[in-house]
Design a protein around this ligand. Structure first.
Ligand code: C2E
Ligand code: MG
Ligand code: MG
Ligand code: MG
Length: 288
């Protein structure tokens, strides 16, 4: 009886699997071609200090211009690239490109780059980061690497070892999308993150869904207690900004300030925000 049920199930899914497999094969071919033909582009979104609006850096966000399908979201193609192992090549390219771009920006502007958990497995991540910094001529202190909790799900000494070696280079490590995984708190104990990025789902519900403000408050308290910077993602409205500033978030990021933009727009975004220098110069004026 079990056998019959099994065969029935198999038949039921067969045609669907065919198209799924075909779609995947095509996507795989397209992705490989995308690397060869340089169809990728890195866009940059500013990170802003909550108090004073000083620009501290940019997050690098990958874009794929598909020749037929147009712009494809990383949320769609990164999981596939991870599955078929192409994320290593793509990730290495993003590291080199974003570090090279950032080397042309003012010295206090940092670059934040997302890493996939796959880049931590059997790879050469530390060497890749070192090489990207060296060939760009970028100081390690200007680089932030963003990881999600899924990196620490591969809870092994190798992963922690890589994180520590990256940190020892002088690179900052951020915990991205905080609050969306499970047992987030225990992860914070396992590695001394420099920054926590509160996931945009909590920011989106500010002023709406009950409890979001309490979660923000708790994460800010936690970050302060552990000596970590706290950034809120997905800030779209002045109201959200106001609440996040009052709650003591250190940094903000979102469409309110800017969408992710191509590299040529970066100088204008930098020019539109006060610099750390300007803020320091303004300091005494603010006190008076
Ligand atoms: P993430 O690292 O959490 O990046 C933030 C995402 O939120 C970006 O989506 C950004 O465009 C979006 N965002 C920023 N401000 C707002 C806002 O105010 N409202 C809303 N609704 N969204 C906002 P994006 O660019 O589509 O990237 C999605 C995810 O793809 C990223 O989430 C990251 O996990 C991944 N990703 C992007 N680039 C890379 C990359 O180079 N390597 C790897 N491994 N992952 C990447
Ligand atoms: Mg990120
Ligand atoms: Mg995020
Ligand atoms: Mg995300």
């Amino acid at each position: 009886r079990a056998k019959a049920a099994g065969r029935g199930t198999w038949r039921l899914f067969e045609p669907e699997m065919d198209t799924e497999i075909q779609k995947r094969r095509q996507a795989e071919i397209d992705l490989r071609r995308a690397i060869a033909e340089e169809q990728f582009e890195v866009h940059y979104q500013p990170l802003i200090e909550a108090r004073g609006g000083v620009l501290t850096g940019f997050e690098a966000l990958l874009r794929w211009h598909h020749p037929e399908r147009g712009m494809i979201s990383p949320a769609e193609f990164i999981p596939l690239a991870e599955e078929i192992g192409l994320i290593r090549a793509i990730g290495a390219w993003v590291l080199r490109k974003a570090c090279a771009d950032a080397a042309g920006w003012p010295g206090h502007v940092r670059i934040a780059i997302n890493l996939s958990p796959v880049q931590f497995v059997n790879g050469h991540l530390v060497q890749e980061v070192e090489q990207a910094l060296a060939s760009a001529g970028l100081a390690a202190s200007r680089l932030e690497l963003e990881i999600t909790e899924s990196v620490l799900l591969q809870d092994n000494d190798a992963t922690l070892g890589v994180l520590h070696r990256l940190h020892d280079l002088g690179v900052r490590i951020s915990m991205d999308d905080f609050g969306t995984g499970y047992s987030s708190l225990s992860y914070l104990r396992r590695f001394p993150f420099d920054k926590i990025k509160i996931d945009q789902s909590f920011v989106r519900n500010l002023g709406g869904e009950k409890g979001s403000i309490e979660i923000i408050r708790a994460v800010v308290g936690l970050g302060k207690a552990l000596g970590m910077n706290v950034l809120a993602e997905g800030v779209e409205t002045a109201e959200q900004r106001g609440i996040l500033e009052v709650e003591g978030c250190d940094e903000l990021q979102g469409y309110l300030f800017s969408q992710p933009r191509p590299v040529r727009d970066v100088p204008a975004i930098i020019a539109a925000h006060p610099m750390a220098r300007d803020a320091a110069a303004r300091g005494p004026l603010l006190v008076v």
